[in-house]
Design a binder for this molecule. Sequence first.
Ligand SMILES: Cc1cc2nc3c(=O)[nH]c(=O)nc-3n(C[C@H](O)[C@H](O)[C@H](O)COP(=O)(O)OP(=O)(O)OC[C@H]3O[C@@H](n4cnc5c(N)ncnc54)[C@H](O)[C@@H]3O)c2cc1C
Length: 304
Amino acid sequence: MTKLVTDDLLADLNIAHERNVPLGPKTWYGVGGPAEVLATPASIAQLGELAVRCHEANVPLRVLGSGANLLVSDEGVPGVVVQLSEPAFTNVEREGTMLRVGAGADLFKLVLDSTREGLAGLETVAGIPASVGGAVRMNAGGAYGDIGSSVSRVQVMSGNGQVYYRDRADLVFSYRKTNIVAPLILQVEFALEEDDPETLMKRVKEIFFYKKNSQPMGAASAGCAFKNPPAEAADGAGAGKLIDQAGLKGYRHGRAHVSEVHANFIAADEGATAADVLAVISHVQQTVRERFDVELEREVVVWP
Ligand SMILES: Cc1cc2nc3c(=O)[nH]c(=O)nc-3n(C[C@H](O)[C@H](O)[C@H](O)COP(=O)(O)OP(=O)(O)OC[C@H]3O[C@@H](n4cnc5c(N)ncnc54)[C@H](O)[C@@H]3O)c2cc1C
C-alpha cells in the first residue's frame, strides 16, 4: 500500500495509533485488508488536530463504527481510520427524556438501557448492530421505524476540524440517508418519551424476534446489501424480492453467496475475501438490471 501517512503527520499529536491494522476482524463481514493507520483519539481536541493535519496533507480520514455496514477491500485502506471507542466518545447523559450520546456508543446497549429506564423511541431499531454515529449516518431502521425519527440534535466535525451542531429543524432523514455531510458525527441527542419499561421491553423482544426470524443474523454480512429501489422503478418490489425472483438465492462466487434466508443479504463464509463478496454484488446488480431493468444501489459501504 502506498504510504500516505508520514511519521511527521502523527508526530507530537499524542494520539494512540497503530500502523497496518487488519480491519476484517473489526467488521461484521470479517474480510478485507488493513488500515494504513488506525487511530483512537481520546478527546474531541485530539480528533480535531488529527483532522486538520489530514486535511492539510490531503490524507483521507475515515471513521469506523461497529463495521456492520462495511466491506473493506482486500488491499486495505490508505490513510487514517479513526475509531471513536474512548470514553469521550461513548458517554451517555440523561436530561429528563433527552439522551445525549457519544457517537461511538453501542446502539444495541443503548436500546436496552433506554428501554429499562422507561424511555420510548429507540426500541424501533432494536437488533440493528451499530454504533450510534454509524446508525445516524445510515439512518438505520426497518419495518418498525428509523433512528432519525428520535434525533433532536447532532454534533459534528467538518473535514478541517471545526465542531458545530445541526439542529432538528435543519436535519433531513430519509430512507437510509441523512443530509449530514460533515465526515464526523461526534454526539447525538435523542428526544424520547416516557413509557412503561415492561411494555417497551415486550416491543423490543417483538422487533428483535421479527428480525431474527426473517434475516440471517448469524451470518457474516452487512445486513441488506442493496437499498430498495424507488417504488415506481420496480412496481413496489423490494431489492430482496427482485433478487429472489431473478433466481439468485444461493448464488455463489468463491466463498461468498446470496443468503437462502433473505435474498438481500450477501454472506461471507469462512475463508472468503472481499473480492468474493464484490463479485456476488456485481453479479446480482447485473442480473437484476438485465432481468427487470432496475439499478440496485449498494447499501453496504465499500472502503476505499
Ligand atoms: C446482521 C445485520 C443486520 C442488519 N440489519 C439492519 C437493519 O435492520 N436496518 C439497517 O438500517 N441496517 C441494518 N444493518 C446494517 C448496519 O447495522 C447499519 O447500517 C448500521 O447503521 C451501521 O452502523 P456501524 O456503526 O456499524 O457503521 P459502520 O459499518 O462502521 O460504517 C458505515 C458508514 O458509516 C460511517 N460512520 C460510522 N460512524 C460514523 C461517525 N461517527 N461519523 C460519521 N460517519 C460514521 C462510516 O464511515 C461508514 O461510511 C445490519 C447489519 C448486519 C450485519
